[in-house]
Design a protein around this ligand. Structure first.
Ligand SMILES: [Zn+2]
Length: 97
Protein backbone atom coordinates (compact mmCIF):
# COMPACT_ATOMS: atom_id res chain seq x y z
CA UNK A 1 0.00 0.00 0.00
CA UNK A 2 0.96 3.64 -0.40
CA UNK A 3 2.87 5.25 2.45
CA UNK A 4 1.53 8.36 4.13
CA UNK A 5 3.94 11.26 4.58
CA UNK A 6 1.91 13.34 7.00
CA UNK A 7 -1.55 13.73 8.50
CA UNK A 8 -3.33 16.44 10.46
CA UNK A 9 -4.39 15.93 14.08
CA UNK A 10 -6.27 18.80 15.76
CA UNK A 11 -4.78 21.25 13.25
CA UNK A 12 -1.23 20.08 13.89
CA UNK A 13 0.80 18.51 11.12
CA UNK A 14 2.08 15.08 12.16
CA UNK A 15 4.82 13.36 10.21
CA UNK A 16 4.40 9.67 9.47
CA UNK A 17 7.58 7.61 9.58
CA UNK A 18 7.88 3.93 8.70
CA UNK A 19 10.42 1.80 10.52
CA UNK A 20 11.25 -1.83 11.26
CA UNK A 21 10.08 -2.31 14.85
CA UNK A 22 8.64 -4.78 17.36
CA UNK A 23 5.45 -2.87 18.12
CA UNK A 24 2.86 -1.84 15.53
CA UNK A 25 3.38 1.84 16.18
CA UNK A 26 4.41 4.63 18.49
CA UNK A 27 3.99 8.36 18.65
CA UNK A 28 5.96 11.37 19.85
CA UNK A 29 4.01 14.56 20.38
CA UNK A 30 7.12 16.71 20.99
CA UNK A 31 8.59 15.66 17.67
CA UNK A 32 5.17 15.77 16.03
CA UNK A 33 5.44 12.31 14.60
CA UNK A 34 3.90 8.89 14.43
CA UNK A 35 6.09 5.89 13.70
CA UNK A 36 4.41 2.94 12.05
CA UNK A 37 5.93 -0.52 11.69
CA UNK A 38 6.81 -1.45 8.12
CA UNK A 39 4.87 -4.67 8.80
CA UNK A 40 1.69 -2.58 8.43
CA UNK A 41 2.46 -1.76 4.81
CA UNK A 42 1.37 -5.22 3.71
CA UNK A 43 -1.88 -5.05 5.68
CA UNK A 44 -4.11 -2.00 5.03
CA UNK A 45 -6.48 -2.94 7.87
CA UNK A 46 -3.64 -3.19 10.38
CA UNK A 47 -2.21 0.05 9.02
CA UNK A 48 -5.54 1.86 9.52
CA UNK A 49 -6.08 0.62 13.09
CA UNK A 50 -2.47 1.34 14.06
CA UNK A 51 -2.95 4.87 12.77
CA UNK A 52 -6.22 5.22 14.72
CA UNK A 53 -4.48 3.92 17.87
CA UNK A 54 -1.55 6.34 17.62
CA UNK A 55 -3.79 9.30 16.72
CA UNK A 56 -5.89 8.54 19.81
CA UNK A 57 -2.69 8.64 21.93
CA UNK A 58 -1.75 12.00 20.38
CA UNK A 59 -5.19 13.47 21.03
CA UNK A 60 -5.06 12.32 24.67
CA UNK A 61 -1.64 13.94 25.02
CA UNK A 62 -2.63 17.15 23.22
CA UNK A 63 -5.76 17.57 25.31
CA UNK A 64 -4.02 16.76 28.60
CA UNK A 65 -6.03 13.60 29.29
CA UNK A 66 -2.77 11.63 29.24
CA UNK A 67 -1.40 13.70 32.11
CA UNK A 68 -3.98 12.96 34.77
CA UNK A 69 -2.55 11.76 38.10
CA UNK A 70 -3.78 8.20 37.69
CA UNK A 71 -2.86 7.78 34.08
CA UNK A 72 -4.26 4.68 32.48
CA UNK A 73 -3.84 6.09 29.02
CA UNK A 74 -3.31 2.77 27.27
CA UNK A 75 -6.65 1.50 28.60
CA UNK A 76 -8.49 4.65 27.46
CA UNK A 77 -6.85 4.49 24.04
CA UNK A 78 -7.89 0.87 23.58
CA UNK A 79 -11.43 1.65 24.67
CA UNK A 80 -11.77 4.47 22.12
CA UNK A 81 -10.04 2.52 19.39
CA UNK A 82 -11.77 -0.83 19.83
CA UNK A 83 -15.20 0.25 21.00
CA UNK A 84 -16.04 3.89 20.41
CA UNK A 85 -14.68 4.38 16.90
CA UNK A 86 -16.02 1.09 15.47
CA UNK A 87 -19.43 1.88 16.99
CA UNK A 88 -19.45 5.33 15.41
CA UNK A 89 -18.37 3.96 12.02
CA UNK A 90 -21.08 1.31 12.15
CA UNK A 91 -23.92 3.53 13.28
CA UNK A 92 -23.53 6.61 11.16
CA UNK A 93 -26.99 5.93 9.75
CA UNK A 94 -28.44 6.99 13.12
CA UNK A 95 -27.18 10.51 12.54
CA UNK A 96 -30.10 12.71 11.55
CA UNK A 97 -29.71 14.35 8.19
ZN1 LIG B 1 -0.80 2.37 22.82
Amino acid sequence: MRKLSSIEVLNKKIKIIYREMEDWGECDLDKGQIIISKKCLTNPDQHWWTLVHEVTHLIFEMTGVAFMADNDEEAYVRCVENLVIPWVLKHQHLKKK
